[in-house]
Design a protein around this ligand. Sequence first.
Ligand SMILES: Nc1ncnc2c1ncn2[C@@H]1O[C@H](COP(=O)(O)OP(=O)(O)OP(=O)(O)O)[C@@H](O)[C@H]1O
Length: 263
Amino acid sequence: MNAHSLTGFEVENLEFRPNGRAILSDLNASFNCGRIYGIIGPNGAGKSTLMKLLARHLRPTAGKVRFAGDDANGWNGRAFAREVAYLPQSLPTAEHQTVRELVALGRYPWHGPFRKLSTEDRNAVDTALDETGSREHENRLVGTLSGGERQRAWIAMVLAQARHFLLLDEPTSALDLAHQARILALLRDIVDRRGIGVALIVHDLNIAAQFCDRILALRDGRLIASDAPSQIMTPKVLTDLYDIPMEVFAHPADGRPVGYIAS
Ligand SMILES: Nc1ncnc2c1ncn2[C@@H]1O[C@H](COP(=O)(O)OP(=O)(O)OP(=O)(O)O)[C@@H](O)[C@H]1O
């Protein structure tokens, strides 16, 4: 099975309403393999909640999340984890593990508890280390890495785990602009080579517009736009989204739209 043989996620009339308060309402969207989806929106818009619903960490109050055509919540846990990996916003501590040990944790759904890594597991770990440029510090403790190196190690872990889809909640938070762009470029390259799908939450609009195929703009628990970056990066959509006057200009080097707060 290659990545293209699974289509990805379909979200239908999704609603999450714990204790009667609507956190997400009436959400319809598709996330296909072979593409990067950027989820943007103000704080509290429901972005992480959407991602947790895709990752099955939350159950919808109403509506459906389908993966590869079937109800995602009907999938066997281990089978789902072999296809889809989720990196939450707050990562567990891994200070005392080596990078290689961390990446090998991603193989858990493949070998189960108390089993030694197979050749296939070790190959998947090696490939993920190579693809993320983490091989050079595979024997370093995670606690000694810089923020950018650490983020690449975690991305290697989810790459070692899942064949089809990565769900990444703010994989570039706490990184400077150059490192944010490097992580997105890395993901772009992996998506283009492996044909997997990626959905990620990102706060920097211009980074999202530069690297994503499609942008989903969430506000107050509703999807207010879902389109190609050129359609999202307009003063109207951005002003509606952030409730602050926004302008857009064409980047002098390549014409791509760049958004900024109007003075
Ligand atoms: N399980 C829950 N029960 C009650 N309220 C929740 C639950 N999960 C999230 N919320 C609330 O739902 C809203 C959306 O939260 P969410 O974390 O999805 O937003 P976000 O867009 O990811 O925000 P940020 O950009 O700040 O990370 C917030 O007001 C949050 O407090």
